[in-house]
Each structure stands twice: as structure tokens, then as C-alpha cells.
Design a binder for this molecule. Sequence first.
Ligand code: PFF
Ligand code: NA
Length: 452
Amino acid sequence: MENRSQWGTRLGFLLAAMGSAIGLGNIWRFPATAFDNGGGAFFIPYLFALLTAGIPLLIMEYTIGHKYRSSAPRSFKRVSKGMEWIGWWQIGISFIISAYYPIIVAWAAMYAYFSFGQSWGDDPTGFFVGDFLQLADAGTFGSMVPAVLFPLLAIWAVVFLILGRGIKKGIEVANKIFIPLLAIIFIIIVIRAITLPGAVDGLEAFFAPDWSTILDGSVWVAAYGQIFFSLSIAFAIMITYASYLPKKSDITNNAFITGFANSSFELLAGIGVFAALGFMANQAGVAVSEVARGGVGLAFMVFPEIISQMPASGLFGFLFFASLVLAGLSSLISISETYIAGIQEKFNISRGLAVAIGGGIAAVASLFFANQGGLNLLDTVDYFINNYGVALAGLFEVVAIAWFARSLKDLQNYANDVSDIKLGYWWRFCLTFITPAVLGYMMLQNLSNDIA
Ligand code: PFF
Ligand code: NA
């Protein structure tokens, strides 16, 4: 076998895995999802999802990557000849995401810069869709949004540079800088947010449990969906990253650390975001629920307004958007690595060439989203990728491994040989029954919602 690249240290791997997991899903997806699905009561289905699906699947993906020491397609092929396509499916999803994710990172980079001059004036929403994205005649697809072009290309240049330098000198070094920096910035922001007037109202609104939701199937689906997305599961990412682990690595422990670190960051983000929303509601004299939202709207419409109302607004605006850039970049690197590893192995080419080809095609594809009307395209693609692409990828993966290849027992023995925490029947039970059932139910629910 070839001399496979390896992480330099255990911490390096963990920071890279956390870098992948910690992203926009934590900062703008989790707080709104929790708020919409029962607030404090959401933590029960959420913890359940983390322990019965998130961490078990993470352990499975780490084990597969570590055992077969290959990109996702070749790892699945080594499990069973007919399963290579599952890896390509996951890589395909990652590739599509890597075409639009950098757009959001580019927006965040622009907004970090805009923060100092408060360029959005007193109408952040109008500024975002009008001046910045030029969405006025969305639908007339075709003309570039010039403001996004330069930061987009700059972000791709950074990604090319990091990926080109390889696993240890590139990805590991980058995450060793990005993730601690992100943690520090985020803690500063959260402390600032919870000391703003009205913050307590925001936190009360966020944590107030609505127990009536606890038996609602859609709340459970939201919890599992959040966990899958947030832990970067079924994107081929964690298999790829684990394939660079040295022989002696504690797989199970690493999975628990990654899972809990990601959830801690999620909780921290929920506190920061809702403290800030409480402040905004307080300034406007409205209820927190009136201003609460997630996603692009939260980051680029609501937050600029909050920032403008804060003391030292330039600095805190910069820190907030810089944290989006750091979180987004480290996730983008991880998704891009999936197809770079995949094509490098498949076509037996050098890493540099794989970066140039894979990254090059993704960079060109990303230009479609830098168009007028790109936001609508981004929304649509994102919706289908999250609701069908990833759910199907997870379902294929777990059914293939647990039911068709029947390899869970093997994987369990393999993981137990290198790990302190020993997996037992509970682990196989979660992956054989709970995860497929939840993913199947999720698919059916999404389908019935979309058809209705
Ligand atoms: N785990 C990431 C997050 O929570 O934001 C999700 C993610 C999405 C990772 C897309 C990577 C990616 F390409
Ligand atoms: Na996450």
C-alpha cells in the first residue's frame, strides 16, 4: 500500500474534525431550530439524537476510515464491491455544497469589512438584497454580482493553498489556528451579548420549555436532522479525515470528544444569538419571538441591525462576521477534501493535480451562485441537499453497512481493539434499528410535506 499521509498529532485530527463539524449549522441553524421546536424542551430529543445516532454514526465513520485507510468510495468498496457508489454519492453532495458554501463565506468576509463603516446604514435588509446582492431583478440570471467576486476568489485561493499543502502541513495547521481563534472570538462575543440590556429576555425565550411539543414527530425529526447536519455525518468527510489517522488512535473516544465539542459550541451559539436577539427586541419594544430567526436572514439582515445598535459596533461586527468566516472556511476545507481524496485515488494522480482539478471545477461552479438570483438558487439547492441528499446518503450508508454487509460486529471489534471505551450491543442496536428508522421516517415526512 502507498504511504498514506497522516495527521501529525491526535489534537490535530480532533481540531480538524471539530473544524468540519463546527460551522454555520451551529451558529445560525441550531439556535433557530431549537427555538422553533420547543425551546428548552428541545434538548431532550436533541440529546437523544446525539447519543442514539450522531455519536454512533460518527464512531462508525471513524472506524471505516481508520480501518480501510481510503477515501469514502474506496472505503465502501473495501467493505463490499458493490458499495463504491455510496461513497461517490456522498462526495457528490459534498461537491455541490462546496459550490455554494464559499459564497456565504464570501458574504461574511465582506460584512466583516462593512462592519467598520456600518455600510448597511439604517436598512440592513434593503442593503443586503438590494445594494449588495442586487436581487432587484432576481430571475434575470446571468450577470455577476461584482461585490462578491473578489472575496469569493480570495476564499478559493486560501482553500487551494491549504489543501495543496496536504494533511499535516495544510489542513492540520490551518485548523490549529482557526479553531482556537474561533473559540476565543466566540467567547468574547457571547460575553458581550449576555451583558447587553434585554439579554435575559432573549435567554428566557430560548430556554423556556414548551413541553407540548415533546411527542410531536416533526420535533424529533428536527432534532435528528440537526445532529446529522451538525456533525458532518454522511458527507464522506469524517471517513476521509479518519483515513489519515495513525494506526494507534482511540476512535471511540475521539468520536465522543468531537460530538460533545460540537454540541457545546452549539449551546454557546444559542446563548449568544438569543441574548443578542433579546437586546434587539428590547430596543424595539417587541417580543423576542418577533425578531427570532435563523439562516441567511439572521446573519445578514438581523445581526447587522443588532450590531448597529451596540456600543463598539465596528469591533463586534467584525468579530461576529470573522467567526462566520473561520467556522465556514474550516467546514469548506473538509468538504473539499472529500472529492480531492476521492479523485486522487480513483485516477491515481498527484494531490496537487487533484486539488487543481477538483477545486477548479468547484470554484467555477461557485460562480453560478455569485450571480444575480444566486440567493434563490442557493436556497433551492440547499433545501434539496439537506432534506433529501444527506438523509438518503445516511440511509444508504447505514443500511448498507448494518443490513447488507453485516459488518457492524467486525467494525465493533476493530474499534474496541484501539479504543478505551468499549462498544457494546447498544452501538449496533442504534445503527441497525434506530438510525435507519429515523432516516426513513424523515424522508417520508419531507416527501409528504413537499407533495402536500
Ligand atoms: N457540520 C457543519 C455545520 O454544522 O455547519 C455542516 C457542514 C455543512 C459541514 C456543509 C460541511 C459542509 F460542507
Ligand atoms: Na455543527
